[in-house]
Design a protein around this ligand. Structure first.
Ligand code: ACO
Length: 381
């Protein structure tokens, strides 16, 4: 018999038992939420592989554009090229309308959202979509940075690679090869990192058969938080507060006693030294334009590692990528407020590769939750 409103009996269920909570892991720590062939993060041994290749080797011998291509297609082609892309007129209009006080992450998120509105991003997402969004975003961030400084945006130069092109569109002059190489190294180490919060977000979004721009917008919003992408600019602030090597020990102890977190230390997955920090420290030390506080950073790191080990004997807290990202980004001439958005530019390769991987074998991501609220009850009369 077909149910009608009249035939459904409304019964009180107040006696029905509530389910017992099942075990769960706060923050999903240690939970396996999928499979990927893209990045392998070995937290115990401090190893990071992109499609099997060691991060140190990729930094030494690769380029960001070759790494992005590797992540998208699985093919290693060192000659692969990728330039920055054009900004559609309606998106430029949106960037021009933003107040100059807009935070760069908000500007980037808004620009990607507006870009998505100008594209025909049909399901399933393609490598071409991934290339297009990855090459658009550096142009958008550079244009925003110029507009807020009262300068006109610069057109992409297709003869330049993506990272060179970003610096050119930001500063109005072509970068010297050493500077471009240092930022390219940063982009490589930032490109991919397993199921971190922003990548997981991107996969959740695309799993609904939404589009790649929506996935990247959500990922940028996730990366905006200081526990994920905001650390390098805070590293600079903290080092300024330390002031000198003589004060390092007292400062670190006082900060920890006050419950502060040392920016650039600790990681959800790494218990060993972050291999990305190793690679970026090498880059920072090799830069001609390295900031004069690089030595202070190295001294503070020594003290911080010692004091963190003393205070947290059971939880190894080591240097993470953000600590040495700070001197590299400062050294190439970026202001600290551009650091999180620049990190987001680098992660476009990984986010979009995960979007492709998720959509190729899609299942809607929809976990369960323990209900811990009030038992079933009647509304107050
Ligand atoms: N400074 C001081 N203490 C720390 C730090 C730190 N940087 N990181 C963790 N701890 C302590 C916590 O206070 C906690 O101590 P307790 O058990 O006595 O309360 C213990 O270590 C475990 O910390 P959790 O918060 O459980 O570790 P979680 O895995 O959630 O955090 C995170 C990882 C967010 C990166 C954390 O280490 C942190 O806040 N670091 C500083 C910010 C930072 O550098 N972020 C960049 C991360 S890299 C990236 O996103 C690309």
């Amino acid at each position: 018999m077909r149910a009608t409103v009249e035939s459904i009996t409304l019964v009180s269920m107040t006696d029905a038992p509530m389910p017992e909570p099942r075990p769960f892991s706060p923050g999903l720590e240690g939970v396996i939420a999928g499979e990927t062939a893209l990045g392998y993060v070995d937290g115990e041994r401090g190893r990071l592989l992109y499609r099997g290749y060691r991060i140190g080797d990729l930094v030494e011998h690769g380029t960001y554009h070759a790494v992005a291509h590797l992540l998208w297609t699985g093919e290693w082609d060192p000659d692969h090229r990728l330039a920055t892309g054009p900004i559609p007129a309606p998106v430029m209009g949106v960037l021009r309308a933003l107040p100059s006080t807009t935070k760069p992450m908000d500007a980037l998120r808004t620009a990607v959202s507006a870009w998505g509105a100008t594209q025909d991003l049909t399901w399933p997402p393609t490598v071409e979509h991934a290339r297009a969004i990855t090459s658009f975003s550096p142009s958008a961030l550079a244009a925003f940075a110029r507009l807020r400084a009262g300068l006109e945006p610069i057109e992409p130069d297709p003869s330049l690679d993506l990272v060179e092109g970003f610096l050119y569109q930001l500063n109005g002059v072509k970068p010297d090869p050493e500077t471009a190489r240092a930022l390219d190294a940063y982009f490589i180490v930032g490109a991919e990192h397993g199921f971190n919060a922003s990548t997981f977000t991107a996969r959740v979004v695309i799993s609904t058969r939404s589009d790649i721009a929506s996935a990247v917008v959500a990922a940028i919003g996730t990366m905006k938080g200081p526990l994920h992408g905001g650390a390098p600019s805070e590293v600079v602030d903290q080092l300024a507060r330390v002031g000198s090597t003589d004060h390092a020990e007292a400062w670190v102890r006082e900060a920890l006693d006050n419950g502060e977190r040392l920016m650039g230390f600790g990681h959800r997955v790494y218990r060993a030294y972050d291999p990305r920090a190793t690679a970026l420290r090498k880059v920072a030390e090799g830069m001609t334009n390295r900031p004069d506080w690089l030595q202070l950073a190295i001294d503070v790191e020594d003290v911080a590692l010692r004091v963190l080990a003393e205070k947290h004997p059971d939880r190894p807290l080591k240097t993470n990528v953000e600590f040495y990202a700070a001197p590299v980004l400062m050294g190439v001439g970026l202001t600290p407020d551009l650091f999180p958005a620049t990190f987001s530019l680098s992660r476009h390769a990984g986010w979009t590769a995960h979007v492709l991987e998720q959509s190729a074998d899609n299942r809607l991501i929809r976990p369960d939750v323990n209900y811990v609220g009030s038992a079933e009850r009647d509304l107050p009369a």
